[in-house]
Design a protein around this ligand. Sequence first.
Ligand SMILES: [Zn+2]
Length: 305
Amino acid sequence: MLPIAQQVLESHNVFAGAFVDRSGERRKDSDWLAEAAVSEEARFVPVWGRRCLVAGDPPHAQLLKRSQVDQFVDEDKLVFLGLFRNQPAFAVAIHEDAPEPFADLGEFQGLRFLGTMLPLDEANLVAHARALVLWHASQQYCGICGSASIPEAGGNSRRCINEQCGRQIFPRTDPAVIVLVTHNERCLLGRQSNWPEHRYSTIAGFVEPGESLEDAVRREVFEETNIRVGSVNYHSSQPWPFPSALMLGFIAEATTMAIKLNDGELEDAQWFTREQLQSEFPKLPFRISIARRLVDHWITLGEID
Ligand SMILES: [Zn+2]
Protein backbone atom coordinates (compact mmCIF):
# COMPACT_ATOMS: atom_id res chain seq x y z
CA MET A 1 0.00 0.00 0.00
CA LEU A 2 1.19 3.48 -0.84
CA PRO A 3 1.16 6.09 1.93
CA ILE A 4 -2.17 7.91 1.93
CA ALA A 5 -0.67 11.19 0.71
CA GLN A 6 0.92 9.38 -2.22
CA GLN A 7 -2.37 7.73 -3.12
CA VAL A 8 -4.08 11.11 -3.15
CA LEU A 9 -1.36 12.58 -5.34
CA GLU A 10 -1.51 9.75 -7.81
CA SER A 11 -5.24 9.76 -8.31
CA HIS A 12 -6.65 11.79 -11.19
CA ASN A 13 -8.45 15.07 -11.09
CA VAL A 14 -11.88 14.58 -12.65
CA PHE A 15 -11.89 15.36 -16.41
CA ALA A 16 -8.11 14.79 -16.55
CA GLY A 17 -6.16 11.66 -17.48
CA ALA A 18 -4.80 10.84 -20.90
CA PHE A 19 -7.48 8.27 -21.64
CA VAL A 20 -7.81 9.37 -25.25
CA ASP A 21 -4.85 8.66 -27.53
CA ARG A 22 -5.06 11.95 -29.41
CA SER A 23 -3.24 10.49 -32.43
CA GLY A 24 -1.95 13.88 -33.58
CA GLU A 25 -0.38 12.41 -36.72
CA ARG A 26 -3.77 11.17 -37.94
CA ARG A 27 -5.49 14.55 -37.75
CA LYS A 28 -3.96 15.59 -41.05
CA ASP A 29 -4.45 12.26 -42.78
CA SER A 30 -7.76 12.98 -44.49
CA ASP A 31 -7.93 9.53 -46.11
CA TRP A 32 -7.48 7.77 -42.78
CA LEU A 33 -10.04 10.07 -41.13
CA ALA A 34 -12.63 9.54 -43.87
CA GLU A 35 -12.25 5.79 -43.63
CA ALA A 36 -12.25 5.77 -39.83
CA ALA A 37 -15.42 7.88 -39.69
CA VAL A 38 -17.46 5.29 -41.60
CA SER A 39 -15.88 2.21 -40.05
CA GLU A 40 -17.69 -0.25 -37.78
CA GLU A 41 -15.27 0.63 -35.00
CA ALA A 42 -15.96 4.38 -35.04
CA ARG A 43 -17.70 5.76 -31.96
CA PHE A 44 -19.42 9.13 -31.75
CA VAL A 45 -19.93 11.33 -28.71
CA PRO A 46 -23.10 13.35 -29.29
CA VAL A 47 -23.06 16.85 -27.77
CA TRP A 48 -26.52 18.44 -27.80
CA GLY A 49 -26.03 22.12 -26.98
CA ARG A 50 -23.77 21.79 -23.93
CA ARG A 51 -24.93 18.38 -22.79
CA CYS A 52 -23.69 14.83 -23.28
CA LEU A 53 -25.65 11.59 -23.60
CA VAL A 54 -25.62 9.04 -20.79
CA ALA A 55 -27.63 6.00 -19.79
CA GLY A 56 -27.75 3.45 -16.99
CA ASP A 57 -27.41 3.45 -13.24
CA PRO A 58 -24.68 4.32 -12.50
CA PRO A 59 -24.58 6.32 -15.74
CA HIS A 60 -22.19 5.62 -18.57
CA ALA A 61 -21.43 7.82 -21.57
CA GLN A 62 -23.32 6.65 -24.63
CA LEU A 63 -20.87 6.18 -27.50
CA LEU A 64 -22.86 5.75 -30.69
CA LYS A 65 -22.15 3.99 -33.96
CA ARG A 66 -22.03 5.78 -37.30
CA SER A 67 -25.42 4.45 -38.37
CA GLN A 68 -26.99 5.99 -35.23
CA VAL A 69 -25.65 9.49 -35.84
CA ASP A 70 -25.72 9.62 -39.64
CA GLN A 71 -28.37 12.31 -39.83
CA PHE A 72 -26.25 14.67 -37.69
CA VAL A 73 -22.88 14.11 -39.35
CA ASP A 74 -21.44 16.70 -41.72
CA GLU A 75 -18.23 15.19 -43.14
CA ASP A 76 -16.59 18.63 -43.29
CA LYS A 77 -17.27 19.27 -39.64
CA LEU A 78 -16.25 15.98 -38.06
CA VAL A 79 -14.29 16.43 -34.85
CA PHE A 80 -11.76 13.65 -34.39
CA LEU A 81 -10.92 13.23 -30.71
CA GLY A 82 -8.47 10.34 -31.04
CA LEU A 83 -8.52 6.66 -30.17
CA PHE A 84 -10.64 5.75 -27.17
CA ARG A 85 -10.39 2.14 -26.04
CA ASN A 86 -8.52 1.62 -29.33
CA GLN A 87 -11.48 2.81 -31.42
CA PRO A 88 -11.62 6.06 -33.42
CA ALA A 89 -13.72 8.54 -31.45
CA PHE A 90 -15.46 11.60 -32.87
CA ALA A 91 -17.59 14.38 -31.41
CA VAL A 92 -20.88 15.22 -33.10
CA ALA A 93 -22.40 18.64 -32.49
CA ILE A 94 -26.19 18.87 -32.38
CA HIS A 95 -27.62 22.37 -32.16
CA GLU A 96 -29.36 23.15 -28.88
CA ASP A 97 -32.43 24.40 -30.78
CA ALA A 98 -32.98 20.92 -32.23
CA PRO A 99 -35.38 18.65 -30.32
CA GLU A 100 -33.57 16.39 -27.85
CA PRO A 101 -32.37 13.42 -29.91
CA PHE A 102 -31.76 9.78 -28.93
CA ALA A 103 -34.52 9.70 -26.31
CA ASP A 104 -34.54 5.90 -26.66
CA LEU A 105 -30.82 5.66 -25.89
CA GLY A 106 -30.50 7.76 -22.75
CA GLU A 107 -30.67 11.34 -21.61
CA PHE A 108 -28.50 14.39 -22.04
CA GLN A 109 -26.89 15.73 -18.88
CA GLY A 110 -24.62 18.63 -17.97
CA LEU A 111 -20.95 18.03 -17.41
CA ARG A 112 -20.85 19.14 -13.77
CA PHE A 113 -23.31 16.36 -12.95
CA LEU A 114 -21.50 13.87 -15.16
CA GLY A 115 -18.16 14.69 -13.56
CA THR A 116 -19.43 13.21 -10.31
CA MET A 117 -21.00 10.12 -11.89
CA LEU A 118 -19.02 8.87 -14.89
CA PRO A 119 -15.96 6.60 -14.81
CA LEU A 120 -12.82 8.77 -15.07
CA ASP A 121 -12.04 7.75 -18.66
CA GLU A 122 -15.53 8.63 -19.89
CA ALA A 123 -15.50 11.93 -17.98
CA ASN A 124 -12.23 12.75 -19.74
CA LEU A 125 -13.69 11.85 -23.14
CA VAL A 126 -16.95 13.79 -22.87
CA ALA A 127 -15.18 16.86 -21.44
CA HIS A 128 -12.81 16.79 -24.42
CA ALA A 129 -15.71 16.41 -26.88
CA ARG A 130 -17.78 19.17 -25.29
CA ALA A 131 -14.85 21.60 -25.14
CA LEU A 132 -14.08 21.18 -28.86
CA VAL A 133 -17.74 21.40 -29.92
CA LEU A 134 -18.21 24.66 -27.98
CA TRP A 135 -14.94 26.03 -29.31
CA HIS A 136 -16.04 25.45 -32.93
CA ALA A 137 -19.37 27.14 -32.25
CA SER A 138 -17.57 30.24 -30.94
CA GLN A 139 -14.99 30.51 -33.76
CA GLN A 140 -17.08 30.75 -36.91
CA TYR A 141 -15.29 33.92 -38.03
CA CYS A 142 -11.68 35.02 -38.23
CA GLY A 143 -10.77 37.49 -35.47
CA ILE A 144 -8.34 39.34 -37.77
CA CYS A 145 -10.28 39.92 -41.02
CA GLY A 146 -13.83 38.84 -40.15
CA SER A 147 -14.10 36.23 -42.93
CA ALA A 148 -15.63 32.85 -42.25
CA SER A 149 -13.38 30.12 -40.88
CA ILE A 150 -13.61 26.40 -41.53
CA PRO A 151 -12.45 23.36 -39.56
CA GLU A 152 -9.30 21.49 -40.54
CA ALA A 153 -7.02 18.82 -39.07
CA GLY A 154 -9.95 16.61 -38.17
CA GLY A 155 -11.65 19.47 -36.33
CA ASN A 156 -8.63 20.19 -34.15
CA SER A 157 -8.01 23.62 -35.66
CA ARG A 158 -9.71 26.07 -38.03
CA ARG A 159 -8.53 28.26 -40.89
CA CYS A 160 -9.75 31.59 -42.24
CA ILE A 161 -11.09 31.13 -45.78
CA ASN A 162 -9.76 34.53 -46.93
CA GLU A 163 -6.65 33.58 -48.91
CA GLN A 164 -4.96 36.91 -48.14
CA CYS A 165 -5.34 36.12 -44.47
CA GLY A 166 -5.47 32.34 -44.06
CA ARG A 167 -5.10 32.62 -40.31
CA GLN A 168 -4.91 29.31 -38.45
CA ILE A 169 -7.01 29.24 -35.32
CA PHE A 170 -6.26 26.78 -32.54
CA PRO A 171 -8.46 25.73 -29.63
CA ARG A 172 -7.58 27.87 -26.65
CA THR A 173 -7.19 26.91 -23.06
CA ASP A 174 -7.38 29.63 -20.42
CA PRO A 175 -5.00 29.07 -17.49
CA ALA A 176 -6.40 29.83 -14.07
CA VAL A 177 -4.62 29.40 -10.75
CA ILE A 178 -6.33 27.86 -7.77
CA VAL A 179 -4.53 27.88 -4.46
CA LEU A 180 -4.84 26.54 -0.96
CA VAL A 181 -3.02 29.06 1.23
CA THR A 182 -1.76 27.65 4.52
CA HIS A 183 -0.25 29.13 7.66
CA ASN A 184 1.02 26.54 10.12
CA GLU A 185 -2.08 24.56 11.17
CA ARG A 186 -4.62 26.72 9.35
CA CYS A 187 -5.68 27.20 5.76
CA LEU A 188 -7.40 30.11 4.06
CA LEU A 189 -10.79 29.65 2.36
CA GLY A 190 -13.22 32.22 1.05
CA ARG A 191 -16.76 32.33 -0.25
CA GLN A 192 -18.63 34.28 -2.89
CA SER A 193 -22.05 35.71 -2.07
CA ASN A 194 -23.85 33.62 -4.70
CA TRP A 195 -22.59 30.25 -3.41
CA PRO A 196 -24.72 27.84 -1.36
CA GLU A 197 -24.86 28.75 2.31
CA HIS A 198 -21.74 27.93 4.38
CA ARG A 199 -19.73 26.77 1.35
CA TYR A 200 -16.10 27.91 1.30
CA SER A 201 -13.40 27.21 -1.24
CA THR A 202 -9.84 27.96 -2.27
CA ILE A 203 -8.76 31.22 -3.87
CA ALA A 204 -8.83 31.19 -7.68
CA GLY A 205 -8.47 33.49 -10.65
CA PHE A 206 -7.33 33.70 -14.26
CA VAL A 207 -3.69 34.23 -15.15
CA GLU A 208 -3.22 37.62 -16.81
CA PRO A 209 -0.93 38.43 -19.75
CA GLY A 210 2.67 38.91 -18.62
CA GLU A 211 2.27 36.91 -15.41
CA SER A 212 3.96 33.72 -14.30
CA LEU A 213 1.77 31.25 -12.44
CA GLU A 214 3.45 32.21 -9.16
CA ASP A 215 2.81 35.90 -9.88
CA ALA A 216 -0.85 35.13 -10.52
CA VAL A 217 -1.15 33.15 -7.27
CA ARG A 218 0.37 35.97 -5.22
CA ARG A 219 -1.71 38.67 -6.93
CA GLU A 220 -5.03 36.83 -6.67
CA VAL A 221 -4.56 35.98 -3.00
CA PHE A 222 -3.58 39.55 -2.19
CA GLU A 223 -6.39 41.10 -4.24
CA GLU A 224 -9.04 38.94 -2.66
CA THR A 225 -7.82 38.64 0.95
CA ASN A 226 -4.87 41.03 1.49
CA ILE A 227 -2.76 38.02 2.50
CA ARG A 228 0.85 37.97 1.32
CA VAL A 229 2.14 34.64 0.03
CA GLY A 230 5.71 33.34 0.18
CA SER A 231 6.49 29.92 -1.27
CA VAL A 232 4.16 28.58 -3.97
CA ASN A 233 4.20 24.84 -4.69
CA TYR A 234 2.52 23.15 -7.64
CA HIS A 235 0.11 20.32 -6.82
CA SER A 236 -1.79 19.19 -9.94
CA SER A 237 -4.04 20.52 -12.70
CA GLN A 238 -7.56 19.97 -13.96
CA PRO A 239 -9.18 20.68 -17.32
CA TRP A 240 -12.24 22.74 -16.42
CA PRO A 241 -14.17 22.89 -19.68
CA PHE A 242 -16.74 25.50 -18.64
CA PRO A 243 -15.94 26.37 -21.35
CA SER A 244 -12.14 26.22 -21.63
CA ALA A 245 -10.22 26.80 -18.42
CA LEU A 246 -7.25 24.80 -17.18
CA MET A 247 -7.11 24.97 -13.40
CA LEU A 248 -3.54 24.91 -12.09
CA GLY A 249 -3.55 23.89 -8.44
CA PHE A 250 -1.06 25.14 -5.85
CA ILE A 251 -0.44 24.99 -2.14
CA ALA A 252 1.15 28.20 -0.90
CA GLU A 253 2.45 29.51 2.41
CA ALA A 254 1.17 32.78 3.80
CA THR A 255 3.58 35.26 5.35
CA THR A 256 0.79 37.42 6.84
CA MET A 257 -2.48 36.55 8.62
CA ALA A 258 -4.72 39.63 8.65
CA ILE A 259 -7.59 39.23 6.17
CA LYS A 260 -9.09 42.18 4.32
CA LEU A 261 -11.45 41.65 1.37
CA ASN A 262 -9.81 44.01 -1.08
CA ASP A 263 -11.59 43.56 -4.40
CA GLY A 264 -15.08 42.54 -3.28
CA GLU A 265 -14.95 39.22 -5.13
CA LEU A 266 -15.40 37.36 -1.85
CA GLU A 267 -18.03 38.11 0.77
CA ASP A 268 -16.01 36.35 3.45
CA ALA A 269 -12.67 34.63 3.99
CA GLN A 270 -11.43 32.84 7.09
CA TRP A 271 -8.61 30.71 8.43
CA PHE A 272 -9.77 27.18 9.21
CA THR A 273 -8.15 24.31 11.13
CA ARG A 274 -8.18 20.73 9.85
CA GLU A 275 -10.64 19.92 12.59
CA GLN A 276 -13.04 22.60 11.36
CA LEU A 277 -12.74 21.36 7.78
CA GLN A 278 -13.99 17.96 8.92
CA SER A 279 -16.94 19.39 10.85
CA GLU A 280 -20.33 20.77 9.78
CA PHE A 281 -18.94 24.23 9.06
CA PRO A 282 -17.59 25.14 6.57
CA LYS A 283 -19.10 23.13 3.72
CA LEU A 284 -16.28 22.08 1.42
CA PRO A 285 -16.01 22.48 -2.36
CA PHE A 286 -17.73 19.93 -4.63
CA ARG A 287 -15.97 16.59 -4.92
CA ILE A 288 -15.21 16.88 -8.64
CA SER A 289 -13.23 20.09 -8.19
CA ILE A 290 -9.50 20.43 -7.79
CA ALA A 291 -10.33 22.83 -4.95
CA ARG A 292 -11.67 19.89 -2.97
CA ARG A 293 -8.65 17.79 -3.81
CA LEU A 294 -6.29 20.50 -2.55
CA VAL A 295 -8.26 20.69 0.71
CA ASP A 296 -8.39 16.90 1.08
CA HIS A 297 -4.67 16.66 0.37
CA TRP A 298 -3.87 19.18 3.09
CA ILE A 299 -6.12 17.39 5.60
CA THR A 300 -4.31 14.15 4.76
CA LEU A 301 -0.93 15.73 5.39
CA GLY A 302 -2.13 16.50 8.92
CA GLU A 303 -3.07 12.86 9.48
CA ILE A 304 0.41 11.73 8.48
CA ASP A 305 2.06 14.19 10.89
ZN1 LIG B 1 -8.87 36.07 -41.68
